[in-house]
Design a protein around this ligand. Structure first.
Ligand SMILES: NC(=O)c1ccc[n+]([C@@H]2O[C@H](COP(=O)([O-])OP(=O)(O)OC[C@H]3O[C@@H](n4cnc5c(N)ncnc54)[C@H](O)[C@@H]3O)[C@@H](O)[C@H]2O)c1
Length: 260
């Protein structure tokens, strides 16, 4: 049990990477607060954990809203009285469009959820992590950190680049409190995220480069799974990584080395 007696808050836990992490964390002994906007999805994830003899609660909140995140943190503390691990993962692809066609409110929305949402998640939970130390893991992306060829996804790429800076700034600030902050940068992972992407006129923005096959060298082109990413998140959450902070880890089968 790598996370015995730990309490973890996981954002975006109704689907994808965070749902896989929630299930894995619970198997490893953590009590899991599964946070997200979509009640049905969260309740299904929590039921799955509880049926497997894990311990989890659903916390309904929008990470970009101040009151929601204050209240969500309080719910976790009221339930378990402590917090050790924060997986700040929830995010959106948002609108991908040529830069002169991207509306200011579309830009704002992506930054609000991905960057301000990360800030609020950390801001309101960190006072509790300070009590005994802990681990924060932030989900960035290969986009904006090692890959810059997804033209049109500028707001997304900028939000993901800023999350890496955020992790490094806070890693140093919080080290004296024995809080580690690391950031994961996934490549293509098989989740729901692309279903929620709004794409507009991307042919005007993108260079006509096509990878007919093999764009992920380690897997012959197959996307990674949420379960593979969850194993990395578990490592960063657990004491097995207790000297690692302020570090980004790319998890992409070599995709970003090829595409750049
Ligand atoms: N899937 C990929 O290929 C990939 C690649 C790189 C990075 N990422 C990042 O991984 C993270 C998780 O995405 P995923 O792929 O698991 O997709 P997903 O869409 O399955 O999961 C994202 C979850 O976040 C939730 N969410 C979105 N906005 C929210 C908000 N404002 N408040 C609370 N919850 C909110 C969604 O409801 C959803 O449950 C994101 O930050 C994404 O940018 C994904």
């Amino acid at each position: 049990m790598q996370l015995a007696n730990k309490v973890a808050l996981i954002t975006g836990a109704g689907s994808g990477i965070a749902k896989a992490a929630a299930i894995l964390f619970a198997k490893e002994g953590a009590k899991v607060a599964a946070l997200g906007r979509t009640k049905d999805e969260l309740e299904a994830a929590v039921a799955e954990i509880n049926q497997a003899n894990g311990e989890a609660i659903a916390v309904i909140a929008d990470i970009s809203k101040v009151e929601d995140m204050q209240q969500a943190t309080q719910e976790v503390i009221n339930k378990w009285g402590r917090l050790d691990i924060v997986f700040a993962n929830a995010g959106i692809n948002g609108v991908w469009a040529p830069i002169d066609e991207l509306e200011p409110e579309e830009w704002d929305k992506t930054i609000e959820v991905n960057l301000k949402g990360t800030f609020l998640t950390v801001k309101y939970t960190v006072p509790y992590l300070k009590k005994q130390g802990g681990s924060i893991i932030i989900t960035s992306s290969i986009n904006g950190t090692r890959t810059f060829s997804k033209s049109g996804a500028t707001a997304y790429g900028c939000s993901k680049a800023a999350q890496v800076a955020f992790a490094k700034m806070t890693a140093l600030e919080l080290a004296k409190h024995k809080i580690r902050v690391n950031v994961i940068c996934p490549g293509a992972i098989d989740t729901n995220i692309s279903e929620n992407t709004q794409e507009r006129n991307l042919e005007k923005a993108q260079e006509p480069v096509v990878f007919p096959e093999g764009k992920i060298p380690l897997t012959d082109g197959e996307p990674g799974s949420s379960e593979q990413v969850a194993q990395l998140v578990l490592f960063l959450a657990s004491d097995a990584s207790n000297l690692i902070t302020g570090t980004e880890v790319w998890i992409d089968g070599g995709e970003s080395l090829l595409k750049g």
